[in-house]
Write a new protein. Structure first.
Length: 202
């Protein structure tokens, strides 16, 4: 509202938790089915990723994909995203038709999930929420010391994140949209800042 009140600029935040550059590329395409902005802003937080779906984080990535794309109906864009990011047929079917996944959820519910302190005993940084279905993060993580490398220090290779940022730039240009990339400062490993520098050089 500040952008509107002070500058008369309309905007919408379509950012999702853990969306990342790869999923953002497809989310952008879906968003343009409903509205075409003059400028689109992207966070390069995951610019360093070297795999679309790291095997060790597969279950986590499935959950994040559900969170981002389940609200949208099945479409050619959504199918392309699923096929591009996930190779396993079972995972793909779960994302094509998520209803069956949730339809059987009632058989797994236990009395613990109705308890008032659900989540508190098992997830330290989360507080139980009356409506369930979500977790309210209440913990505060202390800042860690970190070194910001020289701006001329960068990773000399192209990551999957950079490949998809190129796709985003090309797609935006084709649609007459100005892409803007940002990096929000936070305590991170030195290598991530070097990836940021590599992206700036690119």
């Amino acid at each position: 509202m500040q952008l509107w009140n002070e500058y008369g600029i309309t905007s919408y935040n379509l950012g999702y938790h853990g969306c990342g550059i790869v999923k953002t590329y497809y989310l952008l395409q879906i968003a343009l089915k409903y509205h075409k902005p003059k400028i689109a802003v992207f966070d390069i937080f995951t610019i360093d990723i070297t795999s679309k779906t790291p095997e060790a984080e597969l279950s986590h990535e499935l959950g994040l994909f559900h969170e981002t794309f389940d609200p949208f109906p099945l479409s050619k864009i959504k199918i392309n995203a699923i096929n591009d990011i996930f190779s396993d047929t079972r995972n793909r079917m779960e994302l094509y038709c998520p209803f069956y996944l949730y339809h059987n959820r009632w058989t797994e519910i236990t009395p613990l999930e109705f308890a008032k302190d659900f989540g508190r005993k098992y997830i330290v940084y989360f507080k139980p929420f009356e409506t369930k279905g979500m977790e309210l993060r209440i913990g505060i993580k202390g800042n860690q010391s970190f070194n910001i490398p020289d701006k001329n220090s960068y990773i000399g290779q192209e990551s999957v994140g950079m490949q998809y940022s190129k796709k985003i730039i090309e797609y935006c240009k084709a649609k007459g949209i100005i892409p803007v990339f940002m990096f929000i400062p936070y305590s991170a490993q030195e290598s991530l800042f070097e990836w940021r520098n590599a992206f700036k050089k690119f």
